[in-house]
Design a protein around this ligand. Structure first.
Ligand code: NAD
Ligand code: TYD
Length: 334
């Protein structure tokens, strides 16, 4: 299968590309990515000489460039997005442009070139927070809290409308919070690991009582691959670890400190940086499990692997954390 991946230089996209090339010797990948602050070709060093892999730098909002890159592919797996809640609260323009206009452009290109399959990568955040013990199902209410999740919900609606109006052969996945290698250190897990390693404070928001359904990135990628190969056109699939017992951000922070070997005094409680902070996400992923998928990495094992990866790849995140990122960090955390 020849697959065009949008946003393949980001965290999940690069893990997906590694996984596909390793698992399917006959597959080819075109990686189409704008290389924003979150895109990093270093994530793909291991495959850059693989003849089955190619990279095109481009914006998903640029219809002609995307068409040129997508000609002849069997499927598009659409990861490209602005992905960070905190940044969307500061300024949402790029979120609307890439996540909404960009997704409509991807849909248009799928129609124009008659590409046989589109997998649109969305998030559990479109459901907003859910009270325990409820879980979000694929048909649960869409009730986003942040500009990020609202823009993702908008992109889902455009895909659903394209399926209904134009019979675009699309599917949607809604994954829960991911973690693992190559994650940009603005999200809580890599931020706290790298801050702890350098004896910097861990800014724990709003008492740390919030709950996320942490999914190891390789499990998310295998879930997306299951949808790509076995999913039914027109359907939506949740991809969640369905972690039990659930863990709070505070518990997660303690686990990270323990693995890095640092003390709790590094935790700095902060308030007010995340207005509209969702309390709890929880997914029901039975529909995807029925296709034969299941997550294979526990949070304990996944965190161990992740901490080890950041310890072994300090050059990678030190480069990422330098330059423009420092300005963002200083401004955001003052
Ligand atoms: P990321 O921020 O690490 O990477 C995004 C990638 O998209 C970057 O390589 C960036 O350069 C590229 N990009 C951004 N704007 C673009 C544009 N206009 N044109 C082309 N490329 C562009 O994001 P991620 O964490 O890997 O998330 C990937 C997808 O998965 C997103 O759609 C996100 O909403 C979704 N998702 C993420 C998580 C998570 O926990 N990270 C969970 C569920 C779903
Ligand atoms: P984050 O990793 O930004 O992902 P998302 O907002 O998409 O869920 O945040 C995960 C949780 O961690 C969320 O409840 C906010 C919290 N958090 C902190 O406590 N401190 C931080 O510095 C960050 C970035 C997040």
């Amino acid at each position: 299968m020849k697959i065009l991946v949008t946003g393949g230089a980001g965290f999940i996209g690069s893990n997906f590309i590694h996984q596909i090339l390793q698992q399917y010797p006959g597959d080819e990948i075109v990686n189409y990515d704008l290389l924003t602050y979150a895109g990093n070709l270093e994530n793909l060093k291991r495959v850059e000489d693989d003849s089955r892999y190619s990279f095109v730098q481009g914006d998903i909002c640029n219809r002609e460039a995307l068409q040129d890159a997508a000609r002849g592919v069997d499927a598009i797996v659409h990861f490209a997005a602005e992905s960070h809640v905190d940044r969307s609260i500061y300024s949402s323009d790029e979120f609307l442009q890439t996540n909404i206009i960009g997704t409509q452009t991807v849909i248009d290109v799928v129609r124009e070139l008659q590409i046989p399959k589109l997998v649109h990568i969305s998030t559990d955040e479109v459901y907003g927070d859910v009270k325990a013990p409820e879980k979000s199902h694929e048909n649960s209410r869409i009730y986003p809290s942040s500009p990020y999740s609202a823009a993702k919900a908008g992109s889902d609606m455009l895909v659903i409308a394209a399926i209904r109006t134009h019979q675009v052969p699309a599917m949607i996945t809604r994954g829960s919070n991911n973690y693992g290698p190559f994650q940009f250190p603005e999200k809580i897990i890599p931020l706290f690991i790298t801050n702890a390693m350098t004896d910097n404070y861990l800014p724990l928001y709003d008492g740390g009582t919030q709950i996320r359904d942490w999914l190891y990135v390789a499990d998310h990628c295998s879930g997306i691959d299951t949808v790509l190969r076995k999913g039914k056109i027109g359907e939506i699939y949740n991809i969640g670890a369905e972690q039990y017992p659930e863990i709070t951000n505070e518990q997660l922070t303690h686990m990270i400190l323990e693995l890095v070997g640092k003390e709790k005094h590094l935790i700095k409680p902060v308030q007010g940086l995340r207005p509209g902070h969702d309390q709890r996400y929880s997914l029901n992923a039975a529909k995807l499990r029925a296709l034969g998928w299941q997550p294979s990495v526990t949070i304990e094992e996944g965190l161990k692997r992740t901490v080890q990866w950041y310890q072994e790849n300090q050059d990678w995140w030190e480069r990422v954390k330098s330059g423009a990122y420092q300005e963002y960090y200083k401004k955001h955390y003052r």
